[in-house]
Every structure is written in structure tokens, then in C-alpha cells.
Design a binder for this molecule. Structure first.
Ligand SMILES: [Fe+2]
Ligand SMILES: [Fe+2]
Length: 164
């Protein structure tokens, strides 16, 4: 099955895009920390909007695909109140909180000049999300491939297509 038909392959594919963005973000944060000139640092911080836009739009859609389409069906097999899906939901919540803190730190920078809070929250976000997608790729999605029937995958894919 290709990524247009298999929901698990499609979600794994999203993860590759997320990894690329996190890699970019890490590069920006290093430059922001290492910059000796305030004007250069301000330029770099202004460019973070590209990344926060991705987080607000694309990552949010990815989370919703998992929360609204995959987790309820997979939950019939492995439960949702405890176990891996429960942990993934907590991590989505934590990621949304960190991304709100990150955006707040960026907009406060104009007044406070505090860039260290931006790089510190940004690095926490990178760690959280990298570990999160590793767990999904290596554990949760393997469970999904083991349990879900072709018909279930088909209806998950349909629901995922409707997520906006
Ligand atoms: Fe997730
Ligand atoms: Fe994911």
C-alpha cells in the first residue's frame, strides 16, 4: 500500500516532514545562541515564524489525524485510558503547551530582549517531539499494523482525509 492508501504509512511520512522542520529549528536556535550581534539575532528570531506557522497548521492537522481517526479505532484493541495512546495524548498536550510558550517568548522578545528563553523552550520542544515521533514510529504504529484490518485502515484513511 502506498501513502495515499495506508494511514500508518501516511502518518510515518508526516513524521519525516516534522523531523526536517525540527532539524531546521535546531539550526536556527544554535545560530540565535551563537550570534554576537543583536540585529542578526533579531533577524533570525523573525524567521522563526515560518516554523511556528508549520506547528500551528501542519503539526496540528497531524495531531488531529491521530486523535480523531487513528486513536479511537486502535484504542478498541489496546485501550486509551492507560498505555501508549494515553501517553501519546499527554505528549500532544505538552507539545501544544510548549508551542504556545514558544510563541509567547518570541513575541515578548521585542520588549524583553530575552532570547535565552526562546532557545530553551525551543530545545525542549525539539526533544519532546523527536522522542514522541520515535515512540509512535517504533512502538505505536507497529501495534497498529499488527491489529488493524484492511477495512479499518480504509475507514481511518477516509477520516484522516476529512481532517482540516
Ligand atoms: Fe502523535
Ligand atoms: Fe505522530
Amino acid at each position: 500500500m502506498d501513502t495515499n492508501l495506508d494511514p500508518i504509512m501516511s502518518l510515518r511520512n508526516d513524521h519525516e516532514t516534522v523531523r526536517g522542520v525540527l532539524n531546521n529549528l535546531g539550526g536556527y536556535l544554535k545560530k540565535i545562541d551563537g550570534s554576537s550581534a543583536d540585529s542578526l539575532r533579531r533577524n533570525l528570531i523573525n524567521q522563526l515564524h515560518e516554523i511556528t506557522d508549520f506547528i500551528d497548521r501542519d503539526l496540528e492537522i497531524h495531531f488531529k489525524k491521530e486523535e480523531e481517526a487513528l486513536f479511537p479505532v486502535l484504542g478498541n484493541y489496546i485501550g486509551m485510558e492507560t498505555g501508549p495512546i494515553h501517553v501519546m495524548l499527554i505528549e500532544h498536550k505538552h507539545s501544544r503547551e510548549l508551542s504556545n510558550d514558544f510563541k509567547a517568548a518570541i513575541s515578548n522578545y521585542q520588549n524583553s530582549g530575552d532570547y535565552e528563553i526562546i532557545t530553551s523552550i525551543g530545545n525542549s520542544f525539539i526533544s519532546l517531539l523527536s522522542e514522541h515521533i520515535d515512540k509512535e514510529d517504533n512502538i505505536l504504529f507497529n501495534m497498529a499494523d499488527m491489529h488493524l484490518s484492511a477495512a479499518e485502515k480504509g475507514s481511518i484513511m477516509e477520516k484522516m482525509r476529512a481532517v482540516r
